[in-house]
Design a protein. Structure first.
Length: 244
């Protein structure tokens, strides 16, 4: 489910639909050909369609505005039994001027109990009650660009590099420890010693002391950013995505 209410204006940068389409094209040869869903440019899904996609999927991804639980009522979600849905990814909590105005009008009509259940931790607890094994969700509001960056990095770690859910969440916390794509392996030196003799011995038989190599200087870690710790993985950290 991607920006189901079309809350992004045409001039908005980092539009969820455009970014998600590029993600679909990037992994179309391996994974995304079997992905089904609805985008806001098509139509607004009903609550029944939300239940259908949650029930019939092995993993579920929401990428849109405001809170996930505002789209499907808590009373509807907790009645679902979806143990086949192993992973749920909630890239929510972003907003635009249009989504903020719409959300404000809806929140006025809700009581305090419903608003409490729409909070991130409570949402993760309700989803886990339905049988979902692993839940990725934001903890506070963020910008569209932050959600887009997290989506691309998370899918790259899960789909390309084959990391587990826990490892993927860890790399979101410390992205500087993620190996770059163009990092080459160190070449192996199989050539014999230039002196032509045994290690540590010259041609005339005199011993040569091996000088210890200087230890490489460790790079200073960058200053932590608030957005690194926004997304949390609840549930089983050992799940991986495989091609069937």
């Amino acid at each position: 489910m991607v920006d189901v209410n079309s809350d992004c204006a045409e001039t908005e940068q980092d539009k969820p639909e455009e970014l998600f389409n590029s993600l679909m094209n990037r992994y179309s040869q391996q994974f995304t050909t079997r992905w089904l869903g609805i985008m806001g440019s098509e139509y607004v899904p009903s609550v029944g369609e939300w239940e259908l996609y949650l029930t019939e999927s092995t993993s579920f991804l929401f990428y849109g505005m405001e809170r996930f639980m505002d789209y499907i009522p808590p009373s509807k979600l907790v009645t679902l039994n979806i143990p086949e849905c192993l992973m749920t990814f909630l890239f929510d909590m972003a907003n635009t001027s249009q989504s903020f105005l719409t959300q404000s009008k809806r929140d006025v009509k809700k009581n305090a109990s419903i608003l409490t259940l729409e909070k991130p931790v409570e949402t993760a607890a309700l989803i886990s009650l339905t049988g979902v094994k692993t839940i990725f969700t934001n903890q506070w509001h963020c910008a569209l660009v932050e959600n887009g960056t997290k989506l691309m990095d998370l899918m790259k770690d899960l789909l390309e590099r084959g990391h587990t859910a826990g490892e993927t969440a860890r790399y979101l916390f410390v992205p500087f420890r993620r190996k770059p794509d163009d990092e080459d392996e160190e070449p192996v030196n199989d050539q014999p010693p230039e002196n032509g003799g045994k290690d540590g011995e010259t041609e005339n038989g005199s011993q040569v002391e091996d000088k210890p190599e200087p230890e490489p200087e460790s790079e200073a870690e960058p200053e932590p950013e608030r957005g690194w710790y926004n997304m949390v993985c609840y549930g089983l950290p050992n799940l991986i995505v495989v091609q069937v």
